[in-house]
Design a protein around this ligand. Sequence first.
Ligand SMILES: Nc1ncnc2c1ncn2[C@@H]1O[C@H](COP(=O)(O)OP(=O)(O)OP(=O)(O)O)[C@@H](O)[C@H]1O
Ligand SMILES: [Mg+2]
Length: 253
Amino acid sequence: MLLETKGLTKRFGGLVAVKDFDIQVAEGEIVGLIGPNGAGKSTVFNLITGVFPVTSGRVLFDGRDITGKQPEQVARLGIGRTFQLNPLFHEFTVLENVTSSFELHPHSSLFDIFFNTRKYRRNEAFIAERAHEILHVVGLERVADELAKNLPHGHQKMLGVARALATRPRLLLLDEPLSGMNPSEIDTSLEAIRSMRDHGITILIVEHNMQILRLCDRVVVISFGQKICEGSPAEVRANEEVISAYFGADYVC
Ligand SMILES: Nc1ncnc2c1ncn2[C@@H]1O[C@H](COP(=O)(O)OP(=O)(O)OP(=O)(O)O)[C@@H](O)[C@H]1O
Ligand SMILES: [Mg+2]
């Protein structure tokens, strides 16, 4: 397994937001994490990426225990993520939003940066090239020089994904990447996410929009912090507990 959580639990005061939650994601999979508002989905992401300390339980990445690591360490180990509120540099161009997400010149010293050495310029060129590749994958290459604030909503969401890709993740956690998108933006985005997987990235995706089921190999359903069902998209769609979690116990199909 590339990612595994064991008995993951998070309390906020008296509220148990995530309880005994186990999830496994194999290398190369696209796994969906779905559930009603407030179910604990974003909290699971925040626990995996070290934004919140866990109350109990463990997070394993590629067999290694990463529980309690800081977000930068988790990112460096190969887990990238987007955020539900999609923070961007609105006054920067699309390209600059991506290049600024690369680790700050990993091969350049302060000397190289200050004196603009050949090594530094080579690094700059490398980063620009990688950023263009990423923009190509997410379908934003044609708007590389636009200011982020001028993009339509769907493009802004994909720019958030592009920024996460700049950290060169093996595993990418996407928090509601389709929210607020129109049907054609959704189609384009699903295609882009598929293409990321084809580039070798494993994906765990939180979404309310059930279109996501078209994309996922497996789906895990969380309600009130606990896993209530797991299986193929077809199995999950047919599960009565899932239907009642979403629509209330009295719902009739
Ligand atoms: N920092 C925090 N402090 C206190 N309570 C929190 C905090 N973050 C989340 N919660 C609570 O934990 C529960 C789970 O929240 P979470 O944001 O994980 O849900 P979610 O499944 O992502 O919901 P949504 O679909 O609305 O994004 C909610 O009751 C929420 O109010
Ligand atoms: Mg959320």
